[in-house]
Design a protein around this ligand. Structure first.
Ligand code: NAD
Length: 563
């Protein structure tokens, strides 16, 4: 987050004569280099005497940070340490994050960010992002004016009601937009000054937080009904008036709001919901890559439209995935009805069937004509799925029996246990491989380590939304697309699946390695921007060399000499 705004086409570059001087420069995290300022820069910016004499290179500073970070005894302490670093020196933070994503993504994002949010009031150091509370209703535009950056392009906003699989964390949920935007920057090079995390603090029903005097949010029950809707309406109008080019990503809203907000705003503003659409794209990519892998092994080259999917959990993630799978199946020639008939759901009351009277609107398209079935194992026996997808937030629900049945019905059963954090996963990687004799194609929401079994190493996939949303965001920013469409997410999924290399597949991987994430995000951004241009949604002129333009736009943290 910045005190200065960058010029869009040049990443975060700011003319040296616009930079603050002296102590102000050391306290500006976007431009501070600490001991990394050269002698000439110290002279030019009035820093002499404010720093110890020895000039360190970026590489030296990286080594120092990693040495300290790796000594921290817990992941939560690493999270706090990295938050302190980004408050001091964003260039150093992003260089380290980009170069060590495998190690650090689980710290800055799930699973550790979940603990971070649970403890937010207790580990709080400095504010990050913008907090808008229900008491600010009627004055939201004034608060937005307090934000110093003029060219915000990506906002991640939450009301904290359903943080990961952890429930209502109220204003403590701010850790999620903060973490997510750091991934926009690390994975897709959105300049940090163009990002803004926002917490809509409308209260909480979390009794422990309401009783905790260190809780950072408004200690009252949640705003509801018309007052809530009016608050969001004012917010949407105000942010787009202040930053007309901004993309607003809805994050971790409870599902009784998430679907409605997306429906209400998707044709009016530049918005998407990552829990619904980002999850859908990363999972569709995983399914497509799994089918590629099966075909590459010489197995039956069956298309997506020949799969039968059974979901455990019919919320934002599940229904979002099914909707996108349906549109991808339709592209392969199925009718909408045929495609929906290949997607089945089990929720907390059993199989989602037509005769049930308790179904929320978003489940109705998937309520099939079938006698009621009470539990998941019985549903597996009835539906005989080729893939099971866990998005229930309920741990250990893919039991040994369920996994064994999947192994009995399928040569290569697809088992995606996507609930976060790790403690909520429907099964572990080890269970999936062990109970199928090593035949499962497994992916999870939070990372699992490789599993050694039968003298082989199995590499579980992580259906990590970070493969998708940064690239989609970059594509929207670069093209200035006025809306974010389902076609863009489908293109993102197909691009991601196509990025899985023969080498990845030979190692059982259905997602590319994280070390290639920037390359992958650039490819996704190019595909998404391409759709914006093709469908007349773009507001920026089309560059002659779109892939080259996308790559050049990406923020790359370095210490280019300032003088
Ligand atoms: P949600 O609250 O919208 O939906 C949860 C659903 O699970 C609801 O339909 C609920 O009825 C159902 N459910 C609850 N208990 C159940 C039970 N015992 N048996 C069957 N169904 C049950 O939440 P969501 O946004 O859909 O997220 C669900 C989970 O998916 C979370 O744990 C989240 O972390 C995870 N998720 C993972 C990814 C990813 O891996 N990329 C992305 C998004 C969400």
């Amino acid at each position: 987050m910045s005190t200065l705004s960058p010029s869009p086409a040049a990443g975060a570059a700011v003319a040296p004569d616009e930079l603050p001087r002296g102590a102000d420069l050391l306290h500006d995290p976007l431009h501070n280099r600490g001991t990394g300022f050269s002698a000439a820069e110290r002279q030019a910016f009035g820093l002499r005497g404010l720093l110890p004499a020895r000039v360190l290179s970026l590489e030296d500073q990286i080594d120092r940070i990693l040495e300290n970070l790796r000594k921290k005894p817990t992941d939560l302490e690493k999270y706090v340490y990295l938050n302190d670093l980004v408050d001091r020196n964003e260039t150093l933070f992003y260089r380290i994050l980009i170069d060590n994503l495998d190690e650090l993504m689980p710290i800055v994002y799930t699973p550790t960010v979940g603990q971070g949010c649970q403890q937010y009031g207790h580990i709080f150091r400095r504010p990050r992002g913008l907090y808008i509370s229900s008491e600010d209703a009627g004055h939201i535009a004034d608060l937005l004016d307090n934000w110093p950056a003029e060219d915000v392009r990506v906002i991640v906003v939450t009301d904290g009601e359903r943080i990961l699989g952890l429930g209502d964390l109220g204003a403590n949920g701010m850790g999620i937009p903060v973490g997510k935007l750091s991934l926009y920057t690390a994975c897709a090079g959105i300049p940090p000054a163009m990002t803004l995390p926002i917490m809509l603090d409308v209260g909480t029903e979390n009794a422990a937080f309401l009783a905790d005097r260190l809780y950072i949010g408004m200690p009252h029950p949640r705003l509801k009904g018309e007052a809530y809707d009016a608050f969001i309406e004012e917010f949407m109008a105000a942010v787009t008036a202040r930053w007309p080019q901004v993309l607003v990503q809805f994050e971790d809203f409870a599902n009784h709001h998430a679907f409605a907000l997306l429906q209400r705003y998707r044709d009016r503003y530049r918005v998407f919901n990552d829990d619904i659409q980002g999850t859908a794209a990363v999972t569709l990519a995983g399914l497509l890559a799994a089918l590629r892998l099966i075909a590459a092994e010489g197995g039956p080259a069956r298309g997506l439209s020949e799969q039968r999917l059974l979901f455990l959990g019919a919320g934002e993630a599940g229904v979002g995935i099914a909707d996108l799978v349906v549109s991808a199946m339709m592209e392969e020639g199925l009718s909408a009805e045929e495609a929906r008939g290949r997607c089945w759901f089990v929720d907390s009351h059993g199989l989602v069937v037509r005769s049930r009277a308790d179904l929320a609107a978003h489940k109705l398209p998937y309520a099939h004509e079938h006698p009621p079935v009470a539990d998941f194992l019985a549903a597996v026996e009835e539906v005989r799925p080729t893939a099971i997808i866990g998005v229930s937030g309920q741990p250990r629900t893919f039991t040994r029996e369920v996994i064994e049945r999947m192994g009995r019905y399928n040569e290569r059963p697809i088992i995606f246990a996507l609930s976060n954090p790790t403690s909520k996963s429907e099964c572990t990687a080890e269970e999936a491989y062990t109970y199928t004799g090593g035949r499962a194609i497994f992916a999870s929401g939070s990372p699992f380590p490789s599993v050694k079994l039968y003298g082989k190493t199995y590499n579980p996939g992580q259906g990590n939304n970070s493969y998708i949303f940064p690239g989609v965001g970059l594509g929207v920013v670069v093209s200035g697309a006025g809306h974010v469409t389902d076609e863009m997410f489908e293109a993102a999924a197909r691009t991601l699946a196509a990025q899985v290399t023969a080498d990845d597949m030979a190692n059982g991987r259905i997602y590319p390695t994280l070390s290639r994430i920037r390359e992958v995000s650039a490819a996704i951004a190019t595909a998404v921007a391409g759709i914006a241009y093709q469908h007349g949604l773009a507001t920026e002129p089309r560059p002659d060399d779109l892939p080259g333009y996308v790559r050049a736009f990406m923020y790359n943290p370095t210490y280019d000499p300032l003088v």
